[in-house]
Design a protein. Sequence first.
Length: 395
Amino acid sequence: MPSAGQPGGAATAASRGDGNPRSRWGEDSLLLWLGDGAVGAAVGVLGVAMARGSAFGLLAGGRTVVPLAVAYVIAVRRRSPLTAASAALLGWVLVGTLCAVPLACWTVARRYGAGAVTWVTTAVSAVVVVAPWSTWPSGFGLSVMAGVAVTAVGSPAVLGLWLRQRSQLLAGLRERAEQAERERSLLAARAVCEERTRIARELNDVVAHRISQMTLLAGALEMTAGDADAVEAATAIRTAGATALKELRKLVGVLGKGDEDVPLHPVPTAQGVRRLVEDASRSGRRIRVGLPGELPELPGTTERALYRLVEESLANAARHAPGAEVDVTLGVSDEQVTLSVLSSPAACPSAAAAETGLGLLGLRERVELAGGRMTAGPRPGGGFLVTASLPRYPS
């Protein structure tokens, strides 16, 4: 509970004079200060009228200066409610202006709540209002002035306490709503993490196991085959399987840990396109290559898009058109990079040809993110063609 000397910046939103989470001085809105200025002006005008029309008070003069000084303190009452309460009571004692007392009592109750500061200020204000500092105004007696004290002091204090409680309740409800939102976000993140872990386990249990078997079988074939072509093909299969298994284990580590610091595979580059085609050729596939003698340096997004285009196109050709010839052509000009991957009709039917996937859709999105265009579709005479055009220097 704040004390009289602790209404400063450490006070909570509910303990502020206006009940809002704002600073008591420099950070308040202009509209709020204009409202306080209007209230101070009204208190000044009404206070001057009351002081000049009544003989009540200890001072014979000062019927204009004192009410205006009280009005100024009331205008800045949010900065120091206790000073405003003292000034309002002095205005009543000196020149008989009572209009500032309700505002001061309301502000103190709103700021400090049901604490000792509020109760002491309210009691002192009631005693000061009832005490006969001079002739009672218009011949009022003690009972009438006691009623005035209840109206001018008690009612504003009760209203201030009620508004403070309401502000605290709203602040509590808002905090609960924000906490519930944070908890929902944490639960969603936990669900995503659990799903990543489940996918990692499935990849490790199913895919990694099958690739390991494939690699072992290829190694056994490499050791026992007598034909040189078979040995070369088995070596290419074993190498590709080992590389795929290594990449898969890194992917499983990323999915399982959810850690951005897990080391990833090196970023694919345009220079890797040549190695990609060479690896596919060593596996016994018929691939014709049309690449520049020396590939220029390209932006990272363009290089990755080119690499993934060739990789996915070669994989689709092997899956959907086994035995087909594949032409990979890459051209580089001053403004753009063009790529075409043309596969001839399948030499033998494949059951995978009827399958559909999201590979081409993902490639198209990747190319568009790099600022390029991509087309893919079957050729009239058979086969499949993938073409892409990417800017050499994306804007």
